[in-house]
Design a protein around this ligand. Structure first.
Ligand code: GDP
Length: 311
């Protein structure tokens, strides 16, 4: 990637998109296209086609999408499916129309079958049924990945897909109901500590295992792949290679936040997928490795939360 290349980051305000902007700027890429949502609604085809046709970026990072934790994913399936499909269809197609040759599409580890062998390799996609709590979101993300593959095959573009483990970091959604487990528990543990409550409510059995990846590591991996002009297609898992149980995560968060009360499980809430540990051997073979461990990343994230939840 040339340092003067015109780069469009779709979803610049989100967890992944804001990390990408930080990473790109730190690496000296200054010609970034970062339209505000009021200027460009990616669910609208004409707006998206007009924007990309006018601007003709050299590179597109597609980090825009409707995201949320297990409750939001299962409670708003129609919105998750509709909005993510619209954004992907509009951006990928408009990018191709505008002559964009390189695009990186961000998906999620939930695209893989619920009960697939661990750690999960890229080729396990579509080998079994999906987890029901996030199947609508997963179907939309699988469609996005297939768009990249199909445009490459039919039109000769170089669109790649990245599937990250559960992300966390600055600009996360700390809402206790709609957020993912890590930011939700940071907020709940912090509020329990501040108000002197004895108990921290943790959904489900505490048994499911999750792999957490700091958004800055994801952004580094994405820029690494985009800078490799020889990487012209494919799906790449990005993770740390380590997972922990939700109960262990709750204990780690309690220690980080300084909450010393009791962790109380609420089995009336769903567990979701039992485990989704990614095999990130494919990107590791190219020479990329994550650098932020969970304990250090959590410390940074709690500091960000205390600072107002924004980077
Ligand atoms: P998932 O990885 O798609 O299942 O999404 P989440 O990050 O929302 O949830 C991960 C796991 O954490 C699930 O087993 C949840 O039941 C569990 N969990 C425990 N407490 C919470 C909480 O307060 N919020 C959320 N979102 N999940 C929680």
């Amino acid at each position: 990637m040339d340092k003067n290349a015109k780069i469009f980051v779709a979803g610049r305000r989100g967890l992944a998109g804001s990390a990408l902007v930080r990473r790109l700027r730190a690496a000296g890429y200054d010609n970034l296209l970062l339209p505000a949502r009021a200027e460009l609604d990616l669910t609208r085809q004409a707006e998206t086609t007009g924007f990309l046709g006018r601007e003709k970026p050299d590179y597109v990072f597609l980090a825009a999408g409707r995201v949320g934790g297990i409750a939001a994913n299962s409670g708003f399936k129609a919105e998750f499916l509709y909005q993510n499909l619209m954004i992907e269809a509009n951006v990928v197609h408009a990018a191709w129309l505008a002559g964009v040759n390189r695009l990186l599409f961000l998906g999620s580890s939930c695209i893989y079958p619920r009960d697939c062998p661990q750690p999960i390799r890229e080729e396990y996609l579509l080998t079994g049924p999906l987890e029901v709590t996030n199947d609508a979101y997963a179907i939309a993300k699988i469609a996005g990945l297939k768009m990249c593959e199909s445009y490459n095959r039919q039109y000769g573009t170089a669109y790649v897909s990245v599937m990250p483990a559960n992300l966390y970091g600055p600009n996360d959604n700390y809402d206790p109901e709609t957020g993912h487990v890590l930011p939700a528990l940071i907020r709940k543990a912090h509020e329990a500590k501040v108000s002197g409550r004895e108990e921290l409510a943790v959904w489900g059995t505490g048994g499911p295992r999750r792999e957490f990846l700091h958004a800055d590591d994801l952004a580094a991996a994405c820029v690494f792949l985009m800078e490799r002009e020889d990487i012209r297609s494919g799906t790449f898992n990005v993770g740390t290679g380590k997972d922990i149980s939700i109960r262990e995560l709750a204990e780690l968060i309690a220690r980080t936040v300084g909450f010393s009360g009791k962790i109380v499980l609420d089995p009336s809430r769903p567990d979701g997928t039992p485990r989704k540990l990614l095999d990130a051997g494919k990107i590791a073979a190219l020479g990329w490795r994550p650098s932020i461990g969970l304990a250090a990343g959590l410390g940074r994230t709690y500091a960000d939360f205390l600072a107002g939840g924004r980077a």
